[in-house]
Design a protein around this ligand. Structure first.
Ligand code: ADP
Ligand code: MG
Length: 318
């Protein structure tokens, strides 16, 4: 039979915004000594803001059209910025844009999303009078290269420089390509959540070692880690979704008892593979389903609350 204290513990958790799938989960929570934190959407706001666009007018417009079909935080920021730019155009600009494309609505066909890499789609510009429907790719430079896009030509030098500069400053840069080559860069920044630094301090106070895990570039990862107080040695960057689960498995093989906190589709395997999976309530359904605990408020401090609660609850039982 389930001890009453465990039921009381899960009830208390619900009041605190910590939804625990079953009372038995409190038991595994108690032994956790390592907490792996996804960066985007977990430690950071997961809301990117477009900071700079390198390339001609088509870059934001075409990238925005494709990204409108993706749920990734990068995509939402680019789609929003493209919408804003359109709204800002005067009616006189209605006829022909600077790049010769008529300003109108875009239709996207054959959308494809590659987790951890980028997205692509065929963008048809309505009322253009021209038959322009390039396949537009938006994503990591290395992924674009894998897709056969030219990224290393002389024409791409300003783009490569912009990506390098953005990444060394802790920003994220994605590249837009069409007609066989990279043609523009969108620089974005995702600020850390206000409560993340305090959350990491609380997790450390509980004796846990925090590790930052991200598919993002090392520069962005390093800056985020610095801002919340995670040691540079405890940052694992530029991992694809399947590798996230491998990192968790490796830590467990070293004898660590691992909690994983995440929010994305790309975190699901790692969340399921951890001793304890905690999903941000603000995250995707897939992450929530793969987890043992849901942090309703999407606040990382709730992860510390969950650990504290389980320790208190089990102290009562013993
Ligand atoms: P994280 O682990 O930080 O949540 P992801 O694994 O989701 O990151 O993405 C890793 C990288 O893949 C991103 O930094 C970006 O370069 C690229 N990427 C993924 N999805 C998209 C998208 N919709 N648009 C552009 N780039 C993307
Ligand atoms: Mg994420």
């Amino acid at each position: 039979a389930t001890p009453t204290a465990l039921l009381v513990g899960t009830g208390r958790g619900a009041q605190l915004g910590v939804l625990i799938k079953g009372p038995e989960i409190l038991e595994s929570t108690r032994r956790v000594d390592t907490v792996v934190l996804d960066k985007t959407g977990t430690v950071t706001q997961g809301r990117m803001v477009v900071e700079q666009v390198v390339g001609d007018d088509s870059t934001l417009r075409l990238a925005g059209a494709v990204e409108a079909l993706s749920e990734h935080p990068i995509a939402q920021a680019i789609a929003a910025a493209a919408q804003q730019e359109k709204a800002g155009l005067s009616p006189d600009a209605e006829a022909v844009g600077g790049d010769g494309l008529v300003v109108g609505s875009e239709q996207v066909l054959d959308f494809v999303s590659a987790a951890g890499g980028g997205v692509s789609g065929v963008v048809r510009v309505a009322h253009s009078g021209l038959d322009l429907s390039p396949r537009v790719l938006v994503g990591r430079l290395s992924w674009l290269a894998e897709q056969g896009m030219t990224v290393d030509g002389d024409d791409q030098r300003p783009l490569r420089d912009a990506v390098a500069a953005a990444e060394s400053s802790g920003a994220t840069a994605v590249v837009a390509a069409w007609d066989g080559a990279a043609r523009g860069v969108v620089v974005l920044r995702d600020p850390v959540k206000e409560s993340s630094a305090q959350a990491v301090a609380e997790l450390k106070d509980l004796g846990l070692r925090p590790i930052l895990l991200t598919g993002d570039n090392p520069g962005a990862a390093r800056v985020a880690a610095e801002q919340v107080g995670i040691a540079a040695d405890d940052v694992v960057a530029q991992v694809v979704p399947s590798e996230k689960a491998e990192v968790v498995a490796r830590l467990r093989a070293e004898g660590r008892v691992v909690a994983m906190v995440g929010d994305g589709v790309n975190d699901a395997a790692a969340l399921a593979g951890a001793d304890l999976g905690l999903a941000m309530g603000t995250g995707t359904d897939v992450a929530i389903e793969a987890s043992d605990i849901t942090l309703v408020r999407g606040d990382l401090r709730s992860a510390a609350t969950a650990i504290r609660l389980s320790r208190q609850t089990l102290r009562i039982i013993r």
